[in-house]
Ligand binder design. Structure first.
Ligand SMILES: Nc1ncnc2c1ncn2[C@@H]1O[C@H](COP(=O)(O)OP(=O)(O)O)[C@@H](O)[C@H]1O
Ligand SMILES: [Mg+2]
Length: 263
């Protein structure tokens, strides 16, 4: 059996609106192997969310196709779990109700889903907050609930759309370490979008750099930085060398996206 989980072949997406047509991504191809953490970086508006939303099956490509385990994705894909920048928790549900929502729909027994949820709550350090509402939690805590809610469904792939982008720098770093800790040994496949090169280098096995809109694959880096990825890694020469490389490629696209001509 092939170890490729996701395969995007020459995917383009055009949005039609009353004013004009916008080509968000063009001829975008990518494969993600089972157990791999792939980070996609690119300038704002280059089509990152559009691509992820197509993998999740929320929207369909205009041309090309995306396969999950060899099957074309044509509708909202239950094998994908997603977390977003704005947490997207149900505000009227408690932490435990949010986490057990998916398993409940799947028909997992109440006792079983509550026991599993309680374990998750403990693992992500939210013990004692089972019956709190999202509005009573900090941003970092809400994002931990969102992460847990996605993982409780045991998705084949976890799709992350800049999930830590709204958090302050310290909380963001803590969340990155938390994600790595949770994923350690579990072999979870993750497709992670970020505009932070540091985040991409800390998390990924591979970094995909997108061009300015319409988004294409501009470059792909194997990220061979040693694991576990502790924050001290960011002070090493190898890290800075990689960061410089990635940044010079991203910079060209940011400049192009902003319409700035280099002097
Ligand atoms: N539903 C939509 N209708 C029209 N245009 C859209 C829609 N979604 C995204 N776009 C446009 O597609 C481009 C890419 O958007 P997006 O994928 O959100 O970029 P990113 O996530 O990289 O910032 C942008 O120009 C955006 O305005
Ligand atoms: Mg986006």
């Amino acid at each position: 059996m092939s170890d490729i989980l996701i395969r995007a072949d020459n995917v383009s997406k055009v949005f039609h609106s009353h004013k004009e047509d916008v080509e968000a991504i063009h001829d975008f191809s990518l494969t993600v192997k089972k157990g791999e953490i792939v980070c996609i970086v690119g300038a704002s508006g280059c089509g990152k969310s559009t691509f992820l939303n197509m993998v999740a099956g929320f929207i369909q490509p205009s041309s090309g196709r995306i396969l999950l385990e060899g099957q074309e994705i044509t509708k909202v894909e239950p094998r994908c779990g997603m977390i977003f920048q704005n947490y997207a928790l149900f505000p009227w549900m408690t932490v435990i109700e949010n986490i057990t929502f998916g398993p409940r729909l799947k028909g997992v027994q109440k006792k079983v889903r509550h026991e599993q949820a309680k374990q998750w709550i403990k693992r992500v350090g939210l013990k004692g907050f089972d019956y709190s509402y999202p509005g009573e939690l900090s941003g970092g805590m809400q994002q931990r609930v969102a992460l847990t809610r996605a993982l409780a469904n045991e998705p084949d792939v976890l799709l992350c759309d800049e999930p830590f982008g709204a958090l302050d720098a310290m909380t963001r770093q803590a969340m990155q370490q938390e994600l790595l800790r949770l994923m350690y040994k579990s072999n979870q496949t993750i497709l992670f979008i970020t505009h932070s090169i540091d985040e991409a280098l800390i998390l990924s096995d591979r970094v995909v750099i997108m061009s300015a809109r319409p988004g294409r694959v501009k470059a792909v880096f194997e990220n061979d930085l040693p694991r576990p990825r502790k924050l001290e890694l960011q002070l090493t020469d190898r890290y800075l060398e990689l960061k410089r490389k990635v940044w010079s490629l991203v910079e060209e696209e940011v400049v192009s996206a902003l319409g700035i001509r280099k002097g």
